[in-house]
Ligand binder design. Structure first.
Ligand SMILES: CC(=O)N[C@@H]1[C@@H](OP(=O)(O)OP(=O)(O)OC[C@H]2O[C@@H](n3ccc(=O)[nH]c3=O)[C@H](O)[C@@H]2O)O[C@H](CO)[C@@H](O)[C@@H]1O
Length: 344
C-alpha cells in the first residue's frame, strides 16, 4: 500500500520532503502527484530534495479537480496526504473525499482568526480541516483550534512542523551563493500585498537601502516587472530571482533582519534565530511573535522603517522548542504507517 502526496507548490515540496523521506526509510511507498500551481518554482525544489513526480494533475487547467480524481483512481493509495493551505491541497482534499480515500493533513489547525485573511489560504485551511481524517498539528495551539472546530480527539496528533526538518537537512548541503553580511532579506508575495500596499513595502525597503543597509529582495513569480520598476537603480538594493532552498537559508542565516509576508519564511527566521518583521495584518503563527524580535507590522512605509531600525541585529530571546528537533517527518510517517499499514 502507498500514500499519495499532493505537491503543488514550492513550500509543499519543502515541508513534505521530510515526511516522504521518513516513509521511504521505513520501507513505505510514497507516490507524488504534482499540479500546475507552481509551474516554475516547483521543479527545482523537487530536484533539490531528490523527489520525482509519479503523477501530474494539471495541464492548462488551474482547478484540476477531475484530474486529481483520475490520479487517485490510478494510484489507488491507502491514504492521500495534503499539506498546508494551498489551492492544490484543498482540491486534493476534496478529490480524496469524492473518491472515498482517507485524508491526512500536514500543518493542520493553523488559524488567523479571520476566514478571509490570509486570502484565500485561510478558507483552504478551514475547508481541509473539515474534510481530513487525520490531522498533523504543528503545535498544541493548532490542536486546540481543531478540537474547537469539532475534530475527534484521536484524529489530531501534535507532531511539530517538518519545515524545521527540511531546514536542518538542507543546511548540511554546501551552498553555491556568496552571502553578504549586514543585510536585510526580503520576500513579498501574498495576494493581499498587491497594489498600494506592495509599493508602500517597496518604499520602506528603498529607504532602508538608501540609509546604508544592503537589502536583498528575492522576487516571486507573482511579482511583475511593472511592480518592481520603482526599485530599479536604488543603491544597495538587489532584486534576485528565486533561490535554491539551501542558498535562500544561507542568505537568511547571514541577514540582520528578515522582512516577509510568507508563513514558511517566518517559521525559518524563528528557527534560525533571525529577527523578522511580518508584512501582514494577521498571522496564523502568533507563537512566533515576540516584541522586539519578531513583529507583525502590516504594510505601511513609516512603521516598517521605524521597526526595522529597532530590530536590526536584535538577538533572539526564543527558547529551544522541543518539537523543532528535525523529527516531525518521522513522527508523521510513523502515524501514517500505523494507520494505513504502509511500512513493511
Ligand atoms: C498564509 C501562508 O503563509 N501560507 C504558507 C504558504 O507558503 P509560504 O507563503 O510560506 O510560501 P513561499 O514563501 O512561496 O515559500 C516559502 C518556502 O520557500 C523557501 N524559499 C523561498 C524563497 C526562495 O528563493 N527559495 C526558497 O527555497 C523558503 O525558505 C520557505 O521554505 O503555503 C504553504 C504550503 O501549504 C503553507 O505551509 C504556509 O502556511
Amino acid at each position: 500500500m502507498s500514500c499519495l502526496f499532493i505537491v503543488g507548490t514550492r513550500p509543499e515540496a519543502i515541508k513534505l520532503a521530510p515526511v516522504i523521506a521518513a516513509l521511504d526509510r521505513c520501507g513505505g511507498k510514497a507516490q507524488i502527484c504534482t499540479t500546475g500551481q507552481h509551474r516554475d518554482l516547483l521543479p527545482p525544489i523537487l530536484q533539490e530534495y531528490g523527489l520525482e513526480a509519479d503523477h501530474h494533475a494539471g495541464g492548462d487547467n488551474d482547478y484540476p479537480l477531475a484530474a486529481l480524481q483520475t490520479v487517485i483512481r490510478q494510484a489507488q493509495p491507502a491514504a492521500l496526504v495534503v499539506q498546508g493551505d494551498t489551492r492544490s491541497a484543498f482540491l486534493g482534499a476534496v478529490a480524496a473525499r469524492l473518491e472515498s480515500v482517507p485524508l491526512a493533513h500536514v500543518e493542520a489547525g493553523l488559524r488567523s482568526g479571520s476566514a478571509l485573511d490570509p486570502f484565500p489560504e485561510e478558507i483552504f485551511r478551514i475547508g481541509i480541516g473539515r474534510l481530513a481524517d487525520l490531522h498533523f498539528a504543528p503545535t498544541a495551539a493548532a490542536r486546540e483550534h481543531l478540537l474547537t472546530a469539532g475534530a475527534a480527539v484521536g484524529s489530531v496528533h501534535v507532531t511539530g512542523n517538518p519545515v524545521y526538518d527540511a531546514a536542518l537537512s538542507i543546511l548540511q548541503v554546501e551552498p553555491r551563493i556568496a552571502v553578504p553580511t549586514r543585510s536585510i532579506l526580503m520576500t513579498v508575495h501574498r495576494a493581499e500585498n498587491g497594489g498600494a500596499r506592495l509599493q508602500q513595502i517597496y518604499a520602506a525597503a528603498s529607504d532602508l537601502a538608501r540609509a546604508g543597509r544592503r537589502v536583498i529582495y528575492i522576487r516571486h513569480p507573482r511579482i511583475t516587472d511593472a511592480d518592481i520598476s520603482g526599485l530599479v537603480g536604488v543603491p544597495g538594493l538587489a532584486v534576485l530571482p528565486p533561490q535554491r532552498h539551501r542558498d535562500f537559508l544561507r542568505l537568511m542565516t547571514a541577514a540582520d533582519l528578515v522582512l516577509t509576508d510568507s508563513g514558511g519564511v517566518h517559521e525559518e527566521a524563528a528557527y534560525l534565530r533571525r529577527p523578522s518583521l511580518i508584512l501582514r495584518d494577521r498571522t496564523e503563527r502568533p507563537e512566533l511573535l515576540v516584541p522586539g524580535f519578531s513583529e507583525l507590522v502590516g504594510a505601511e512605509t513609516a512603521r516598517i522603517v521605524t521597526r526595522a531600525r529597532t530590530l536590526l541585529g536584535a538577538s533572539s530571546p526564543l527558547a529551544e522548542e522541543p518539537l523543532r528537533d528535525g523529527r516531525a517527518g518521522e513522527r508523521i510517517a510513523a502515524i501514517l504507517a500505523e494507520n494505513f499499514s504502509i511500512c513493511r
